[in-house]
Every structure is written in structure tokens, then in C-alpha cells.
Design a protein around this ligand. Structure first.
Ligand code: SAH
Ligand code: TYD
Ligand code: ZN
Length: 406
């Protein structure tokens, strides 16, 4: 019997298409004297009614987002530049004399810092205390809360309605989207917009980027599923734009139903999605086969290198890497350590697989022969920093879209 669950958007039947097994929380980097780790079953399904792709099992939100949440948006220069550019665009395009902007999941303030510096009214809603404090230290107005309809009502009561509500890599983290969208409808001005960007399911399928699947990524959006989600909640999907970050994302713009016409990009991408047969069981089964093959190839490559006496390390202790390491059964015997620039992760062990995390300085002393690029979405930035590794004969191991040594 195929496993099913109930759709978090429309209460339809969700049919499972990929089981990645028991997994620890992807951002729960442990200290050496770790206690037994929390685990959950990581599996993904497709709603046969509204086509929303989602996890079969939900992890309670405060287990993932808390004071010690380690992810920092500002860890990548390119990501920082992307958000600064977005904020500058907001400032340029507003015609309001005293505009007000709200960001859901502002993390360490990479985007809102620009608005704070410009003296423009804003609020970031961010439940993870440590990263919220980092944003506040940059002068950003932060409210430490999980955004929902109650928080939205309270913001309106205190500050009035917003011109734009923005969320990056956050909406897909929130299973209770009905409450969030009710909140945004209350919060945004009648002619305002809700803009959000998240990993694109078509890219995950197209690139076999199965490591995008982990506890925090509850939803995997498409234009079709977001269009249906918008319509159920009093919005129209009026624009979509491809964003060259994190392996390919879409930026969706929602407006109150009937307030704005839809751009051509919406219909164009819908047709593209139909041609890709994203909701077809054979497409999903083929993806699941590729994931299995990818893992087999990666472990075989790493075992071969270990047996040949080569030194292999990892680069980027991403949340994504938790899925790869734990699904493929890769531990410190194959990868003795992973280098990562986040002070919040260094000195800890990767969840489940318990590979030590070291600062990037450990990458050159001593030089490894091979490095697995777990932060493949930051390949350009990392390669540009680590040219010495290649110059000294070092080789990168990639596993998206397939395993290869470059
Ligand atoms: N926007 C940043 C951070 C993404 S990480 C970026 O794109 O880089 C996801 C963030 O969403 C985390 O900081 C997490 O604490 C926050 N988050 C999770 N659930 C939330 C909710 N219900 N409301 C607001 N933020 C939330
Ligand atoms: P990222 O891929 O952005 O996200 P996720 O954790 O959601 O999968 O994480 C990138 C990780 O790589 C982060 O821990 C910081 C690290 N990193 C470096 O160590 N050096 C770098 O130059 C960059 C860009 C990232
Ligand atoms: Zn559904």
C-alpha cells in the first residue's frame, strides 16, 4: 500500500514518492558530548488535488527554530548582495511618503539592514533568537515571533499596514500557510504585494537536487501549486521570476484577488511546468531512482578514494548535507572533517553523521586531495576563494546533478 498523508494546504490526499529514511534535524549541529538525537522520517509526497509537494511528516517548529538556530544569511557575499539589491529596489520603486515593509524570517538582517540604514520603517519577524539578535545589532527592528495571523493583526494595530511583505527561503519552512496567508492579507495594503522566493521544485527534479529535501523545507513549490494556494487564500499569483540562487529559485508576487493583472511569466512558466510533467508519477519515480543512484555513486567514490589512501574532506556544513550524509550513510571514516565559515557551526559535529566541523583555515593545513562540495549552490564563490586548492592539484567532488570529480 502506498503511504499517504493529508495535504497541509487543501486537506486532499498526499501520495508519497520518495522515502529518505530516519533523519536527524538538519541544522542540529551537536557538541561532542551529544545526547541521543531527535529523529523523524524524511519522506516527500504530492497532493493529488492541489499538486503541492510536501513532507509526509512535520517536525514541531520550536525544535528547528530556536535561540541556537545556526544558519546565517550573511555567510555568503553573493546572497548578501542579492538581498541588498532587493532592498534597494524596494526603496527605488516606492512612491509612498512613509512606506512600511515587513520581512518574514529576516534571519541576521541581510535585507532589512539596508532599510534600517536608510531610515525607512520596517519590521522583521524572526523566531530564532540568536540570528534575530544579530539583525538587531545591525539596527534592524526585529520582533522575535513565529509569523502567523495573530502576529500580523498585532503589527497592523501597532504600525499600520505594510506596502510590501517579503519572505525569502522562509515560506517553504511553514506548514501552517493558511494562517500565514490570512495574516499577510490583513497586513498588506489593498494595493500592496506579498513577494516571496523559495527553491523551485522543477530545479530540484531537473538537477536531482535531493539534498534540498530536509526537515525545514516542508513545501516544494511550483507555479501551479502556488497559484492554487494563492487562490484558496484570497490572492492572485501576479508575477514569477527565476532567481539564480540556491540552485534555482522562483520569486512569486501575490496581490489581493482582482487587484492586479497577472504578468505573462505566470502563464509561460505554467506551460513549461506542464511540459516537464512535474506531477506525473513516472517523473517522480524516475527522480527517486536517480536519488538512489546518486547516493550509491557517491559512497562508492568516497570508499574508493579512502581505500586508495587519498585525503578527502567536505566543504560547507549545509543543512542540505544532513540529507546526503545520513541517507548515504557517510561518516567520519569517509570524510574526517568539513570546513565551514559559520562560527555557529565550527567546533561542532554534523547531525547524525557526527563529522567534525572546522574553520576554512583547516582547508589548507594540510591540503586534502579531494573535497566534497556540500555547498554546491555557492560553487562560484567558494571556488573563487579556494583557487590554491585547485592549483595544488586538489579536485572537487560534486553530486548535483550527478556524481563527478572536477
Ligand atoms: N530569509 C533568510 C533566512 C532563511 S532561513 C534567507 O533567505 O537567507 C529561514 C528563516 O525563517 C530562519 O531564520 C527561521 O528562524 C525563520 N522562520 C521559520 N519559521 C518562521 C515563521 N513562522 N515566521 C517567521 N520566520 C520563520
Ligand atoms: P547554504 O547552502 O546557504 O544553506 P543550507 O544550510 O540551507 O543548505 O549554506 C552554506 C554553508 O556553507 C553555510 O554553513 C556557510 C558555508 N559557506 C562557507 O563555508 N564558505 C563560503 O564561502 C560560503 C559561501 C558558504
Ligand atoms: Zn492539496
Amino acid at each position: 500500500m502506498p503511504r499517504t498523508s493529508t495535504c497541509r494546504v487543501c486537506a486532499g490526499v498526499v501520495g508519497e514518492f520518495l522515502d529518505l529514511g530516519q533523519q536527524p534535524l538538519s541544522d542540529a549541529f551537536v557538541l561532542r558530548d551529544h545526547r541521543p538525537e531527535f529523529s523523524y522520517r524524511l519522506a516527500v509526497g504530492l497532493c493529488e488535488r492541489c499538486s503541492m509537494v510536501q513532507l509526509m511528516e512535520e517536525v514541531p517548529r520550536d525544535r528547528m527554530f530556536h535561540d541556537a538556530y545556526p544558519y546565517l544569511s550573511s555567510g555568503s557575499t553573493r546572497v548578501r548582495a542579492h538581498f541588498e539589491e532587493f532592498a534597494e529596489g524596494l526603496l527605488r520603486s516606492t512612491t509612498e511618503p512613509d512606506p512600511f515593509f515587513v520581512e518574514i524570517g529576516c534571519n541576521d538582517g541581510a535585507m532589512l539592514k539596508v532599510l534600517a540604514d536608510a531610515g525607512v520603517r520596517h519590521i522583521g519577524v524572526e523566531p530564532s533568537g540568536g540570528v534575530a539578535d544579530r539583525a538587531a545589532a545591525k539596527g534592524v527592528q526585529v520582533r522575535k515571533d513565529f509569523f502567523d495571523e495573530h502576529v500580523a493583526e498585532d503589527i497592523v494595530a501597532r504600525h499600520g499596514r505594510a506596502d510590501v511583505v517579503f519572505a525569502a527561503n522562509t515560506l517553504c519552512h511553514i506548514p501552517y500557510l493558511d494562517s500565514v496567508l490570512r495574516g499577510v492579507l490583513t497586513l498588506v495594503k489593498p494595493n500592496g504585494v506579498f513577494v516571496f522566493e523559495d527553491p523551485y521544485f522543477a530545479e530540484i527534479i531537473g538537477q536531482t537536487a535531493f539534498d534540498q529535501i530536509y526537515d525545514e523545507h516542508f513545501f516544494y513549490f511550483t507555479v501551479r501549486s502556488v497559484g492554487a494556494l494563492a487562490a484558496r487564500n484570497g490572492f492572485d499569483l501576479v508575477d514569477v521570476r527565476w532567481i539564480p540562487l540556491h540552485g534555482g529559485e522562483l520569486r512569486y508576487t501575490l496581490a489581493a484577488a482582482g487587484a492586479r493583472p497577472a504578468a505573462h511569466s505566470v502563464g509561460d512558466l505554467l506551460s513549461e511546468e506542464d511540459a516537464l510533467t512535474l506531477a506525473d508519477p513516472t517523473t517522480l519515480a524516475r527522480f527517486a531512482d536517480k536519488v538512489e543512484r546518486n547516493c550509491r555513486d557517491l559512497t562508492a567514490t568516497l570508499r574508493g578514494l579512502r581505500d586508495a589512501g587519498k585525503r578527502v574532506v567536505g566543504y560547507g556544513a549545509t543543512a542540505k548535507s544532513a540529507t546526503v550524509l545520513n541517507f548515504c550513510g557517510i561518516g567520519p571514516d569517509l570524510i574526517p572533517y568539513i570546513c565551514d565559515s559559520s562560527s555557529t557551526k565550527q567546533g561542532r559535529l554534523t547531525p547524525g553523521s557526527h563529522i567534525p566541523i572546522r574553520p576554512p583555515a583547516a582547508f589548507s593545513a594540510p591540503r586534502p586531495d579531494y573535497a566534497v562540495l556540500f555547498a554546491w549552490n555557492h560553487a562560484d564563490e567558494i571556488m573563487a576563494k579556494e583557487t590554491d586548492f585547485r592549483d595544488a592539484g586538489g579536485r572537487w567532488i560534486r553530486y548535483v546533478p550527478h556524481v563527478r570529480v572536477t
